[in-house]
Design a protein around this ligand. Sequence first.
Ligand code: IPE
Ligand code: IPE
Ligand code: MG
Length: 256
Amino acid sequence: MSVAETPHKTSNDRAEPVQLHVAIVMDGNGRWAKRRGLPRTFGHTKGVEAIRRTVESAPDFGIRWLTLYAFSTENWRRPAGEVSEVMRLMKSYVDSDLEQLAQSGVKVKILGRRIGLTPDIAEIVARAEARTAQNDRFWLQVAFNYGAQADIVDAARGLMVAAVRGELAPEQLSETEFAARLSTGGAPPPDLVIRTSGEQRLSNFLLWESAYSEFVFQDVLWPDYGAKHLKAAVDEFHTRERRFGGSETGDILAAG
Ligand code: IPE
Ligand code: IPE
Ligand code: MG
């Protein structure tokens, strides 16, 4: 895996390594299976292969942080059989891939609530993070039992506790301070948010963090996703002009 070695020409023609944070709403597993007359769970199994292809190819496109939305706080509403299959796949993915990820310098982080996970899933989450805690070349963040609203509420609750204990005065709270308490706290905000399957909504993903992200919606169903789709999304990202509220890129640079 070659992380962050892709040279990118900047406006002043200096070749700089690009370090992108790309976040993906991996959607369309159910429809992929349905189109083939298969049970939805088969789509989830195929989805794991797409995860492998995506993680493997991401560094080739200058991605250093990859955040994948795998299971939302709302996905518990699905039939029990489907939920338990997603849980089983999460466990088998970590069991089979963790060692190789760890040895390739990947830091694995699981975003989302630990409360509500069964003990076996909580154990593999803890194991994946502990085994890769020292790595920093490439971050794989998996949003699992994740909802952005729940994450924001949890951050706010932590701040309230700190305030009640007298450890934090209300006027000390800033956007930076708040963001650090989200489960994405250690990573920069996503540069690019991708959603597959043609749906164009966030579905409670990274609501705070995506304030200035670029969005790319791709029609491909997640089980069919691979390097060429990721490359197309990143290429599209590089055509966008990001302004962050300024009037044009030159002004932002001038303002330092
Ligand atoms: C995304 O695919 C995977 C999960 C939410 C676990 P879906 O299962 O949502 O697939 P569709 O949207 O029904 O096709
Ligand atoms: C979002 O997809 C959650 C994940 C991809 C894990 P959903 O398929 O659950 O979203 P909605 O229900 O179509 O908005
Ligand atoms: Mg869906």
